[in-house]
Ligand binder design. Structure first.
Ligand code: PBG
Length: 306
């Protein structure tokens, strides 16, 4: 009767991975219960997400071939663009289909952008590629793009490209305050990342909360429809501060490392798995997140409606 915070399926968004050329789904060893899908098993998972009443799914593609430019990302027959068309056709009327809009899964160096000759991430040339990627995803039928690369000006570049090509209806879920985090570790296995080194020249310093709020305000000014804080658990203060600073919905990403820590502890019998999952997600909601991206979305929806 007096609970201040609710958890409901429509507040949850499920990240899904699809692997090019896969003939059966492959487990991700550092994320027990999460798989790299085939084109077919992806559709089954998306269909289930819709049946369970989830708010949305976010699609990540794992290409067979990578190159320095990440060209699979802008190729209309690239794995992610084909998956977008499949999933939107299957469940597009029932939930929001979001695409990852970033180059790291497609580049052989594993960075989120293209590089200069001396090996630095080239922010402004990357914006041009993101604009092209947004158009490829829009042509494939996407509802909402999720730029996760943390290039400066990415929301404005993508909004401009979409509007200029008649895709004013495609929304933007902006990864606004995305911190250079060790908690993305298991995700690197999930997408077969080739990254050497780290992303500290473009992701945020975990020491900075004010800067996270500033990044969110910039994204709203550039046209973001939803702003996101990522990771979630170590950054609940940032979630709260962003919630108070903006008037668009706020999302938080309960990332791979947060998932795997609970799964590993539970597998050892050290914590009560279900209670821990509900406590984690309720805490993220209590901090002010309207929407939570979580690998537990389908399971929690099932438990909520049983
Ligand atoms: C980049 C991207 C990452 C995640 C989502 N999008 C990895 C990174 O920035 O290194 C991490 C998600 C997770 O850890 O669950 N495209």
């Amino acid at each position: 009767m007096v609970a201040e915070t609710t958890l409901a399926p429509e507040q949850l968004v499920l990240p899904l991975f699809v692997r090019e050329g896969a003939s059966e789904s492959r487990p991700i060893s550092s994320m027990p219960g999460v798989v790299q899908h085939t084109r077919d098993s992806l559709l089954k998972a998306a269909h289930e997400a819709a049946e369970l009443g989830l708010g949305g799914v976010v699609l990540f593609g794992i290409p067979e071939h990578k190159d320095a430019q990440g060209s699979g990302a802008v190729d209309p027959s690239g794995v992610l663009n084909l998956a977008i068309t499949d999933v939107v056709a299957e469940v597009g009327d029932a939930l929001t289909v979001v695409s990852d809009l970033c180059l790291d899964e497609f580049t052989d160096h594993g960075h989120c952008g293209v590089l200069t000759p001396d090996g630095r991430v080239d922010n402004d040339r990357t914006l041009q590629v993101y604009a092209e990627m947004a158009l490829a995803q829009a042509d494939a039928g996407i509802d909402m793009v999720g730029p996760s690369g943390m290039m400066d000006g990415q929301v404005a570049a993508i909004r401009g490209a979409l509007d200029g090509a008649g895709h004013a209806d495609v929304a933007i879920l902006a990864y606004s305050a995305k911190y250079a985090s060790a908690f993305f570790g298991p995700f690197r296995e999930a997408v077969d990342s080739s990254l050497q080194g780290d992303r500290r020249t473009y992701q945020q310093d975990p020491a900075n909360a004010r800067e996270g709020v500033r990044e969110a305000l910039l994204d709203v000014a550039e046209g973001a429809d939803i702003v996101m804080v990522k990771p979630a658990l170590g950054y609940l203060d940032v979630v709260r501060r962003v919630r108070e600073a903006v008037d668009v919905p706020v999302a938080a990403y309960n990332v791979s490392g947060e998932y795997s820590m609970v799964e590993a502890a539970a597998a050892n019998g050290w914590i009560d798995r279900e209670r821990a999952i509900f406590e984690v997600l309720t805490s993220i909601r209590r901090a002010g997140a309207d929407v939570v991206l979580t690998y537990w979305a389908a399971e929690v929806a099932r438990l909520l409606t049983r």
